[in-house]
Design a protein around this ligand. Structure first.
Ligand code: PBG
Length: 345
C-alpha cells in the first residue's frame, strides 16, 4: 500500500497551468459557440430583457454593428429570433419578405458575410395565440375529430415550409425548426429543395423538452402561449429512450444536425445522443433560464460568473456537444481568449 502510494500520484500532472493544459481532454473554444439574437421593429432599439441581464432586443438598424462585434470576438454563428409588428392566427409576418427576421438576415449578411446566420423556425413568436402551430379553432372545427385548440400538425407543416423558403431567400445559411411538429424536417427539406435551396442545412431541434427553463426567453421573444402549454408536442422531461427515437426520425427525414435542449438538466441525453450518432454534429442549447440562473447568482455575488460559465460550457462539451448555443457566448469568447495567456488556468 505504502509503495503504491509512492508510485501513483495523479497530482503530478496537475501541478502547473501548462501541464494541466497539455493533458486536458476537452477543449472549449470560441469556434464552438453560437450567439442568439432577438430582433424587433423600430429605430435605434436596444432593449435589455429584464429576466436576462446583458441580453438585448435589437432593431435592424443597430444589428450590423452588433454582428461585427460578435464576429470580431471569433464567434462563428448567430441564431435569430424575431418579434413581429402584429400577430394573427397564422403568423403572416413569419414568411413576409420584409418581415423582421428577413430584414435582419439581409442586414447581417451584408455587414459581415462570413458570420453564419441560423434562423429559428417556429410559429409561436408570430401567432396571436402564442402556440407553435395552427390551432383547431372555428365553426365548424377544421378537424372535428381532434380537440378544440389542438395544434394542427399537417396544416402547420405548410407554414413551416413557407417560412424556411422565405428565410433562405433572405440569405439564411442554416434553418433550425424548433416546434417539435411531426414531419417538420421532411416538410422543410422538401420545400427548400423545390425552390432549389438544396444546399441549405437543417439543424433540427429534434430533442426539445417541455421545460420551465424557457421562461425568460418567452419574455424576450414575447412568445408565451395565451392559454395552455406546450406539453402536446414538446418532450416529457422524464424520458430518455424517446430522445433516440426523435433523433432517428429527424435524421431519416433529412436533418443535417441535431439539437438537445435545454442543456443542464439533460446531460445524460446529450451523452446518449452523441454516443448513438457520433457521426452527426450535435448542438446543445444552453437556454434562457439556465443563463438567468447563473446571472442572478453572479449579480448577487454568490457565484463567480466566469468560472461557473466556463465550467458549465466545458461540461456540455464533455457530455458530447459539438457546439453550444448560449447567451453567454460573447463573455465566454472573451474569457476563453484571456485564459490562453501564459500562466492562466
Ligand atoms: C420556439 C423556441 C423557444 C426557445 C427557442 N425556440 C421557446 C419555446 O419553445 O417556448 C427557447 C430558448 C430559450 O429558452 O433560450 N420558437
Amino acid at each position: 500500500m505504502s509503495s503504491l502510494l509512492n508510485v501513483v500520484r495523479t497530482r503530478r500532472l496537475r501541478s502547473t497551468p501548462e501541464l494541466r493544459r497539455l493533458v486536458r481532454e476537452t477543449q472549449l473554444d470560441t469556434v464552438d459557440l453560437v450567439y442568439p439574437l432577438f430582433l424587433r421593429h423600430g429605430q435605434g432599439v436596444k432593449n435589455e430583457v429584464p429576466s436576462m441581464p446583458g441580453v438585448f432586443q435589437w432593431s435592424v438598424d443597430r444589428i450590423a454593428e452588433e454582428a461585427k462585434t460578435i464576429a470580431d470576438l471569433g464567434i462563428p454563428a448567430v441564431l435569430l429570433f424575431g418579434i413581429p409588428n402584429s400577430k394573427d392566427p397564422i403568423g403572416l409576418e413569419n414568411f413576409a419578405g420584409d418581415g423582421i427576421v428577413q430584414r435582419a438576415i439581409r442586414a447581417i449578411k451584408s455587414a459581415v458575410p462570413k458570420l453564419i446566420v441560423i434562423t429559428d423556425i417556429c410559429l409561436c413568436e408570430y401567432t396571436d395565440h402564442g402556440h407553435c402551430g395552427l390551432l383547431n379553432l372555428g365553426e365548424p372545427l377544421p378537424e372535428p375529430n381532434l380537440p378544440e385548440g389542438y395544434i394542427l400538425n399537417d396544416a402547420t407543416l405548410d407554414v413551416l415550409g413557407k417560412v424556411a423558403i422565405s428565410h433562405a431567400e433572405a440569405g439564411a445559411d442554416i434553418v433550425a425548426p424548433s416546434g417539435m411538429i411531426d414531419g417538420m424536417v421532411a416538410a422543410i427539406r422538401q420545400a427548400l429543395d423545390q425552390k432549389r435551396y438544396q444546399q441549405i442545412p437543417i439543424l433540427s431541434y429534434a430533442i426539445k423538452y417541455s421545460s420551465s427553463f424557457y421562461g425568460p426567453f418567452r419574455d424576450a421573444a414575447d412568445s408565451s402561449p395565451s392559454f395552455g402549454d406546450r406539453h402536446s408536442h414538446q418532450m416529457d422531461s422524464a424520458n430518455t429512450h424517446e430522445a433516440l427515437r426523435e433523433a432517428r426520425i429527424d435524421l431519416d427525414e433529412g436533418a443535417d444536425m441535431l439539437m438537445v435542449k435545454p442543456a443542464l438538466p439533460y446531460m445524460d441525453v446529450i451523452y446518449r445522443v452523441k454516443q448513438s450518432y457520433q457521426e452527426i454534429p450535435l448542438a446543445v442549447y444552453n437556454v434562457s433560464g439556465e443563463y438567468a440562473m447563473i446571472k442572478a447568482a453572479s449579480i448577487n455575488g454568490w457565484l463567480d460568473e466566469e468560472r461557473a460559465v466556463l465550467e458549465l460550457l466545458s461540461g456540455l462539451k464533455r457530455a458530447g456537444a459539438d457546439f453550444i448555443i448560449t447567451y453567454h457566448a460573447k463573455d465566454a469568447a472573451r474569457w476563453i481568449e484571456e485564459n490562453k495567456e501564459p500562466g492562466k488556468t
